[in-house]
Design a protein around this ligand. Structure first.
Ligand SMILES: Cc1ncc(COP(=O)(O)O)c(C=O)c1O
Length: 381
């Protein structure tokens, strides 16, 4: 049964496969014998290989061992788990925070924990798959509003439910655009709705690293829940919610992905604390990230590429159809550039998703531009 289905995926150009790196993550990666310039990672600040962070993880491993051996509720967490939550609460200026094993497990655990039979969820159509799955697991009425369409959201929200939760990515992971948070905040406030933001790609990138709320000058309030991950700009692994202590306590008591899953290893937690410390020290990494982002997006536009409304270091390029997307991806591969094609069902419209980081050199950017200049998208020729 599966071989036939796999064959169909292959014929449609939709078969996914994992490429096995033989190097660490970073601006250059090696697959087999060959080195590539890497424009595929979410390690926006290059922290996944930062010596300060690696040292802290090693020290925690010496002190606490590796595995956590049980869920935090069952086996207790280390004091570093609690320390990371205190650090996140201070960093996000909230009363409390709670950590999860990944962004995926946060969204699929928290959303069902928040929703009851009186709840309706309002979710942007381009929200991440983990939000979609969290909404499905909640089994409550979920109304999808058109991407960033405030009047659609407002129209839906007025008609519906006693309890309302608006859920939005802050930075949309395949499009690289930013949610209009000031307006969404106002709509939530006016309609007495809870606001749940997924700041996976905003934390460490927007608002001087503090995330999307800081970027929009929105002060945390008890009805706002900020979810974020340690797995992207913080170069680590895991996720969090930053919110009021009532909310963390409720979540701790009800989110199945937290209750029924082994806690993060303490060395990973130590790495996340160290990453937050580095961001707070502001070593110029965020500035460099945005300089690279601005340079690359300008150069891409100059050579005729459509970057599809990108406003962040996630820069998709419009490629006009699956075949052409694969053609460009193969060309980049030949040129020693790793920027894979993103295809349905991840997105409706295939594209090459480029992510630029603080670690890319001017020469890395130049090489990408040169390679893309050689092979313009069909619809631009
Ligand atoms: C917006 C968004 N939310 C959640 C996740 C899931 O995070 P994680 O990779 O930590 O599971 C991702 C990452 O893929 C994401 O892009």
């Amino acid at each position: 049964m599966f071989s036939q289905k796999l064959q169909i995926l292959k014929e449609k150009g939709l078969l996914r496969e994992i490429k096995d790196r033989v190097s660490p993550q970073g601006p250059k990666v090696k697959f087999g014998e060959r080195e590539y310039i890497n424009f595929s990672s979410n390690d926006y600040l290059g922290l996944s290989i930062h010596p300060y962070i690696i040292d802290r993880a090693k020290r925690a491993m010496d002190e606490y061992g590796y595995g956590s051996a049980a869920s935090r509720l069952l086996g207790g967490g280390s004091i570093l788990h609690k320390g990371l939550e205190d650090k996140i609460a201070q960093f996000k200026d909230t009363e409390a925070a709670l950590i999860f094993n990944s962004g995926y497990s946060a969204n699929t655990g928290i959303i069902p924990a928040f929703a009851d039979e009186d709840t309706a969820i309002f979710s942007d159509e381009l929200n991440h798959a983990s939000i979609i799955d969290g909404c499905r697991l909640s089994k409550v009425k979920t109304l999808i509003y058109r991407h960033k369409d405030l009047s659609h959201l407002e129209g839906l929200i007025k008609k519906n439910a006693k309890r309302k939760i608006v859920i939005t990515d802050t930075v949309f992971s395949m499009d690289g655009d930013i949610a209009p948070l000031s307006d969404i905040y106002k709509i939530c406030k006016k309609n007495n709705a809870m606001l749940y933001t997924d700041d996976a790609h905003g934390t460490g990138v927007l608002g001087n690293g503090k995330g999307a709320l800081a970027q929009f000058n929105i002060k945390p309030e008890p009805w706002i829940i900020q979810m974020g991950t340690f797995s992207k700009a913080l170069g680590s692994f895991g996720a969090f919610i930053a919110c009021s202590s009532d909310v963390t306590e409720w979540t701790l008591n009800t989110a199945r992905s937290l209750i029924f899953s082994t806690a993060l290893p303490t060395c990973i937690v130590a790495a996340s604390i160290a990453a937050l410390e580095l961001i707070e020290k502001d070593s110029g990494l965020i500035k460099r990230l945005w300089e690279n982002r601005d340079e690359l997006s300008r150069r891409l536009k100059d050579i005729g590429y459509d970057i599809m409304g990108s406003e962040t270091p996630i820069i998709p390029i419009k490629t006009g159809g699956l075949e052409n997307t694969l053609r460009i991806s193969r060309h980049l591969h030949k040129k020693g550039i790793f920027a894979p094609a993103i295809r349905p069902p991840t997105v409706k419209e295939p594209r090459i998703r480029i992510t630029v980081t603080a670690s890319h050199s001017d020469e890395d950017i130049e090489r990408l531009i040169e390679a893309l200049r050689e092979i313009k998208p069909l619809n631009n020729q």
